[in-house]
Each structure stands twice: as structure tokens, then as C-alpha cells.
Design a protein. Structure first.
Length: 430
């Protein structure tokens, strides 16, 4: 078990952690949550004896980390996956750690198989991807088969299969009676992995409770009710009936009703008694992310703002129209639509009318020098100079000119002083 009592850490005039007390019990996965700069990493470093607390103390199994006999056999940790000698192979890195702690060499091959790095065990770690480095760090934490494990962002850089594997690994370790302490910013993953939560903000404790209790305490469940859109009088009738029964009704933007204070069976009975047909009656439970955002909204130090792009906007050319605003753009949850699809194939070039330039992948005319299909023309394909001056490409748009400023015919001979340049030749051959 990990126990922190009055833990405080100051760096000059900045207080990173203040009077923090909590317990991490065995047999459960405990999530450690908090905004950036809230003191999570500092707290973990103090647990492992890497930083000395200014006040208070933290113990593992009743002893400070530095006084644990052969601490590597009792505590495993992953704080920085890149804390590896880049020129050392993965197996040699783990082997050196094992030799320092009196762990048999066969355990190195075991943990390499557990994390899935047995095929790259002889490769130098400097060539590892972020996900491979995370797996190597997890292998180092598991090396001594410890009873206490600490992980700081263990799924950072992992693919979906790796994330699923880490989730099951955490649960399996906790089921064996070990103490598992995990820090992460992925709320959806914490909701599936953690049993208990410790939430801090600006170095102080905000919550110490189970995931279910945390969501219930920091969010409000409601029922979503929808009546036929063609009969608005039914919605008004149901709103009055629900309000009289003690419910609180709020309209949604899409015409549905958000009802709180009444359970779903009661809402159904009220609608039936009022002779109102329902198109939808569904419960809504807040997610861990919603509850977390509600609790920590006052403890966030780094807040982003809208990009005003001051001084970066290019002036529109004369006669050009400003772009039309995209509905919903800039709102939370909005994402750019996918590229247009033609014939079921993404990025397919639409077929233009005869005599028009071939269209680009998004419907715009293809740039000069491209062939149908959007591929650039080979500049080395034409090695012989043409017999006459090149004409303007057919795809180039012609800008109408006033009659008085009409350009001379294209057949007019070029001045003798102007060299004739062949645009079909590469630049170094001109």
C-alpha cells in the first residue's frame, strides 16, 4: 500500500504539491488524474524517492522507498519511457537492470515475451518507436515481479491493440492483490481500467473515491424524451404533466426534452396517463470525462483560446467573395467532413465535360502540367524541341481583356533579342 501524509513540495516560490494525503490500496487499479501542471508527476517522483518532499512523507508498505530492502524487487515504475541508453539493445538494457537487483537472466526473456518485444530484443532502443519504448518501460517495471507498480501515461504511443493489452494487464495485476497506481489523461481509458480515483488540482486533493461515486457526485443523470415532431402540442402537454409531477424539463436543440428528477418508469406512466405518444425515452449517464471536466474546470492552469489569426489573413482579390461559414465549425465536437467521394472511391477525380480541363481530386481544375488522373507530367518525357512556339494550355482559364488592350496574335514572331525558351525541357537543360 502507498500512503501519503501531508505531502508538500515547493520549488522556490512555486508550490507544486500542497498538503496532499491519500492511500493507494492493493487489489484495485487506482487512477491518478489531474490537469497539466497539477503535480501528478511530482507526486510520483516523491513516492519513488526521486524528489524530497518539503513537508510531509510518503511510504510504501510502511517504509520510505529509499529504506526498502532491494526496492526494485518490491516496486516497479514507469515514469519516462525514454530513460534508456539509446545505444544499448532492449535485452541488454533489461539484463543490466536485472543484474543490479539480483534478478535471474531468464526473467528478462520472460518479460520481453509479456510485452511482445521478443523479436526485437537484439535491436538498439534508439531505433524504437514511441509505442515500442513504452513496452520496454513496462517490461522494466515488471522485471522484479513487484507487489507495487506505478505507471505514468502507460498507453502513450500505443496502438489500439497495445492499449487493450495494457488495460487487461493492469486489471490482472490488481486481481493478483498488487497495488497498481496509474496516471493518465485518457478519460475513456480510465473509465474502463480504474476502480478508484484520486484527483488533484494545483497540487491539492480534489477527490478520493470510486469511479462510480465520482461520476455520480460530479454530474447529473437525465432522461431524454421525444414526442412526434409533427405534433408540437403533445410536447407542450407532456412538459406540463412532467412539471406537475415534480420533474424538471429543459428543451434540447433538436426538439427533444431533457427530464431530471423523475425515473424512466415514472416518465412513461405520466406520458401514458396524458395520452402522449413517445418516439424516444432513453436514459443518459454522464461519462467520466464529463464529470472530470466539471470538477477540474476551476483548477486548470493552461487554457486554450480561439485562434484570432490577427495579421495573418490575406486580403481578398478584387471581386472575390469571402468563404461561406461552415455550420458548426469551431464548436466542441465539430470535425471537418471527409473528402468528397465519387463512385464509392475516395479522392476519385470527377469526369469533366468535353473540352474542359480534367478536374483535380477535390473538383477544382487540375493545374497546368498534369495529366488526367491528377499525376504530374514527366518533365523528362519530351527531349526534342517543338517545331513551333508552344501554345497556351487549353486548361488555362482565359481572362477577358478590353478590346483596346487586346494582346497581339499568338503567331506574331518573338523579338530577336528575346530567347526562345522551351517549357517542356527540364530547368537544367534550358
Amino acid at each position: 500500500m502507498i500512503e501519503a501524509v501531508g505531502l508538500t513540495k515547493r520549488y522556490g516560490d512555486k508550490t507544486a504539491v500542497y498538503n496532499l494525503s491519500f492511500q493507494v490500496r492493493p487489489g484495485a487499479v487506482t487512477g491518478f488524474l489531474g490537469p497539466n501542471g497539477s503535480g501528478k508527476s511530482t507526486t510520483m517522483r516523491m513516492i519513488l524517492g526521486l524528489d524530497n518532499p518539503t513537508a510531509g512523507h510518503v511510504t510504501i508498505g510502511g517504509h520510505p522507498y529509499r529504506k526498502l530492502p532491494n526496492a526494485a524487487r518490491q516496486v516497479g515504475a514507469l515514469l519516462d519511457a525514454k530513460a534508456v541508453h539509446g545505444g544499448r539493445a532492449a535485452r541488454n538494457h533489461l539484463l543490466s537492470l536485472a543484474q543490479l537487483s539480483g534478478i535471474p537472466a531468464r526473467r528478462v526473456d520472460e518479460v520481453l515475451g509479456v510485452v511482445g518485444l521478443q523479436d526485437v530484443a537484439r535491436r538498439r532502443s534508439k531505433g524504437f518507436s514511441l509505442g515500442m519504448g513504452q513496452r520496454l518501460g513496462i517490461a522494466a517495471a515488471l522485471l522484479g515481479d513487484p507487489q507495487v507498480l506505478l505507471f505514468d501515461e502507460p498507453v502513450n504511443g500505443l496502438d489500439p491493440e497495445g492499449i487493450h493489452w495494457v488495460r487487461n494487464l493492469m486489471k490482472a495485476l490488481a486481481a493478483e492483490g498488487r497495488t497498481v497506481f496509474v496516471s493518465s489523461h485518457l478519460m475513456s481509458e480510465m473509465a474502463l481500467t480504474a476502480d478508484h480515483l484520486i484527483v488533484i488540482g494545483r497540487g491539492q486533493l480534489l477527490a478520493d473515491m470510486s469511479v462510480t461515486e465520482f461520476i455520480s457526485a460530479n454530474s447529473a443523470d437525465f432522461a431524454r424524451v421525444r414526442t412526434p415532431d409533427s405534433e408540437p402540442q403533445l410536447r407542450e402537454k407532456l412538459t406540463s404533466a412532467l412539471t406537475e409531477a415534480g420533474g424538471h424539463v429543459l428543451p434540447e436543440q433538436d426538439g427533444a426534452l431533457r427530464v431530471t428528477g423523475l425515473p424512466l418508469p415514472r416518465i412513461s406512466d405520466i406520458a401514458h396517463g396524458a395520452d402522449v405518444r413517445l418516439w424516444e425515452l432513453s436514459p443518459h449517464q454522464a461519462s467520466l470525462e464529463e464529470a472530470y471536466m466539471r470538477m477540474t474546470q476551476g483548477a486548470v492552469d493552461y487554457r486554450s483560446t480561439a485562434d484570432q489569426k490577427a495579421g495573418l489573413q490575406q486580403p481578398l482579390p478584387p471581386g472575390a467573395q469571402p468563404p461561406m461559414p461552415v455550420p458548426g465549425q469551431g464548436q466542441p465536437g465539430w470535425y471537418a467532413p471527409p473528402p468528397p467521394q465519387q463512385g464509392g472511391q475516395p479522392f476519385a477525380a470527377p469526369q469533366g465535360a468535353p473540352g474542359q480541363a480534367p478536374a483535380g481530386p477535390y473538383g477544382a481544375p487540375a493545374a497546368p502540367g498534369t495529366v488526367p488522373g491528377g499525376q504530374p507530367a514527366n518533365p523528362y518525357a519530351a527531349q526534342q524541341a517543338p517545331q513551333h512556339l508552344p501554345q497556351a494550355p487549353a486548361a488555362a482559364p482565359q481572362t477577358p481583356q478590353p478590346p483596346a488592350a487586346a494582346a497581339p496574335p499568338a503567331t506574331a514572331p518573338a523579338p530577336a533579342s528575346a530567347p526562345v525558351t522551351d517549357p517542356t525541357k527540364p530547368e537544367d537543360a534550358r
